[in-house]
Design a binder for this molecule. Structure first.
Ligand SMILES: [Zn+2]
Length: 244
């Protein structure tokens, strides 16, 4: 496979035969598109979030058995953008599993088109993985400081919804009461093996860090995930729990 590049409003992605690179977009790239300045202003911590993800991958590789992309290198380009190069994980995210029948174990469920049976199997496997592997492994990582290495980026359902402050202070506690959280765990951040429909890798750790256990929210259904953004009362309570 040749090297392929694509971008969305937040990042530029480059896939090569063995690697996957994510990098932040520059102001010039934003401005080359309609409403670029608005999108630029609406995306805080463009470079810091890439560094945060790199540090999370390092920590998780050293101290857990969670399947994640292998960190190869990260750093800053001359144009100021931050890049993160990882090993490439072949697979399909949980959002895309249902687009065709994957014939798990050689069993075909339909004659083409979307397959809800495959989605059901993949969701059940993902649920089992989260409860028996991911959450127990994350629970082993505890700290008496919020965020990661002095930088705090709460989950999207906090910073893109209720509280858009530009900077979050680290909260310190006497006890190791903060637990490592993914921060953005939804069907798009689970890479599934298309043959077995089991979880192959957990990606997108930009919003990860140490937070009170109540921040460990996740959903395998996008509607339910977006509902997290609407629950003002719960979000405000969680915000109070990380105020220094
Ligand atoms: Zn199927």
């Amino acid at each position: 496979m040749a090297t392929k590049s694509y971008s969305n409003i937040n990042s530029v992605y480059t896939i090569s035969p063995h690697t996957f690179e994510k990098r932040s977009r520059t102001l010039a790239e934003y401005l080359s598109e309609p409403r670029g300045q608005i999108f630029f202003d609406a995306r805080p911590w463009k470079t810091e979030r890439i560094t945060n993800e790199a540090k999370a991958l390092q920590l998780l590789a050293e101290r857990t058995t969670i399947p994640i992309p292998q960190l190869i290198r990260y750093g800053q380009n001359n144009d100021g953008s931050m890049f993160l190069e990882m090993s490439r994980v072949d697979g399909v995210d949980l959002l895309s599993v249902a687009s065709e029948c994957r014939k798990p174990g050689g069993v075909r469920h339909n004659n083409g088109g979307e397959c809800n049976k495959c989605l059901e199997i993949a969701q059940a496997n993902a649920m089992h993985f989260i409860k028996t592997v991911l959450l127990p492994e994350l629970a082993k990582l505890r700290s008496n400081e919020t965020g990661l290495d002095g930088f705090v980026i709460p989950p999207p359902w906090v910073v893109e919804s209720v509280d858009t402050r530009p900077h979050w202070e680290v909260k310190t506690s006497l006890d190791e009461e903060f637990v490592f959280t993914h921060g953005d765990l939804n069907p798009g951040s689970l890479i599934m093996d298309p043959d077995t429909l089991t979880v192959k890798s957990v990606v997108d750790w930009e919003h990860s860090g140490y937070f009170p256990p109540g921040f460990q929210k996740w959903s395998l259904d996008m509607d339910a995930y977006y509902a997290l953004f609407e629950d003002q009362q719960a979000i405000l309570e969680l915000i109070r729990s990380i105020e220094p």
